[in-house]
Design a protein around this ligand. Structure first.
Ligand code: ZN
Ligand code: ZN
Length: 318
């Protein structure tokens, strides 16, 4: 019997601070979506992997970050436009709510300040600083980190993850997001399942199957008014496929995708269906860390060792 993973990129304003014009509605919805999603996970008893941006776990900061090797201007928005918006930069209250949830969520990292690891401008020093700082802050909160979600799924510097004891990351989805993904899944009958693999660095890549909010804008409104929410239909297909096989269906979102009640309804419909199928079949819900342990253990049984697959030293710009 298969399993389902839900991963959550929890970032408040940090997911958009480098945008010239941040999407206001999304930015302003981070604080709305976080408790809504936590509540839905509790209601349907769905443990998720919450990848949290380290900076938002701070109580405050002066915006200086003098010792952080980020490019000039990287912290400009928190020094300027968001200077008086602590609600977009800090969320210890939200992290408290996550950690005190009655559901056994996995606490994971989404970097310190949402640096894009795969960009050529991001050197090893910057990637290291992002990992180190986010793990320090996690430790201040009594948390260890096993899984990492790359900002904008921009994979890079995997050797740095290894150095900091990370065991899993979310790799890119083999299927397209949005309308194209819907077409591939519904019309071409493409599988929604993904295969977690141990990569050449010894990390477990737990690829995404589906971004739950990849189909937005006017097309969504039209599609929903004619049919059911097509993303709910697609997520159900993935859940059913996992229930019928021994495969993995991995869905993800940001709390800030829950901008309106209709987004909450989508999440509720998906989690309710997941809960029901879990009760009816042997389907399980796993965190990324649990998948990584399972995959590494299976590999151990096969005679291989996870650490032996490490890549060549200094080759971090993959
Ligand atoms: Zn700061
Ligand atoms: Zn992000």
């Amino acid at each position: 019997m298969g399993s389902v993973v839900l991963s959550v990129d929890a970032e408040l304003g940090w997911g958009f601070h480098d945008f010239e014009t941040p999407p206001i509605e999304r930015v302003e919805s981070g604080r709305r979506g976080w408790p809504v999603l936590l509540e839905l996970c509790s209601e349907y008893d769905v443990p998720a992997t919450w990848a949290v941006v380290g900076h938002l776990m701070l109580e405050s900061c002066d915006g200086d970050h003098a010792t952080h090797p980020a490019p000039p201007g990287w912290f400009e928005r928190e020094r300027g436009e968001w200077r008086h918006r602590p609600d977009l930069r800090f969320g210890p209250d939200l992290v408290d709510a996550l950690l005190s949830s009655d559901v056994d969520h996995e606490f994971a990292s989404h970097s310190f300040s949402h640096v894009l690891f795969g960009r050529p401008e991001t050197d090893r020093q910057l990637a290291t600083a992002e990992l180190e700082r986010s793990l320090e802050i996690a430790s201040d909160w009594g948390q260890t980190v096993d899984s990492f979600v790359y900002p904008r799924n921009d994979v890079g510097h995997r050797d740095v993850l290894v150095d900091y004891g990370i065991s899993a990351y979310r790799g890119r989805s083999p299927t397209s997001d949005g309308v194209r993904g819907l077409f591939d899944s519904a019309v071409r009958d493409r599988s929604m399942l993904v295969e977690p693999v141990v990569d050449e660095y010894g990390l477990v890549n737990v690829p995404a199957s589906m971004f739950l909010f990849g189909f937005e804008g006017p097309a969504r409104t039209v599609a929903e008014s004619i049919w059911e929410d097509p993303m709910v239909v697609q997520a159900r297909r993935g859940i059913d496929e996992a229930a019928r096989t021994d495969g993995l269906f991995h869905m993800w979102l940001h709390p800030n995708n829950l901008t309106h009640e209709r987004d909450d309804r989508r999440m509720r419909a998906i989690l309710a269906y997941l809960d029901r199928r879990r009760a009816e079949t042997g389907l399980t819900v796993e965190t990324m860390d649990e998948v990584a342990r399972r995959v590494a253990a299976a590999r151990g049984v096969d005679g291989g060792t996870v650490a032996a697959a490490s890549g060549p030293a200094g080759n971090g710009d993959d």
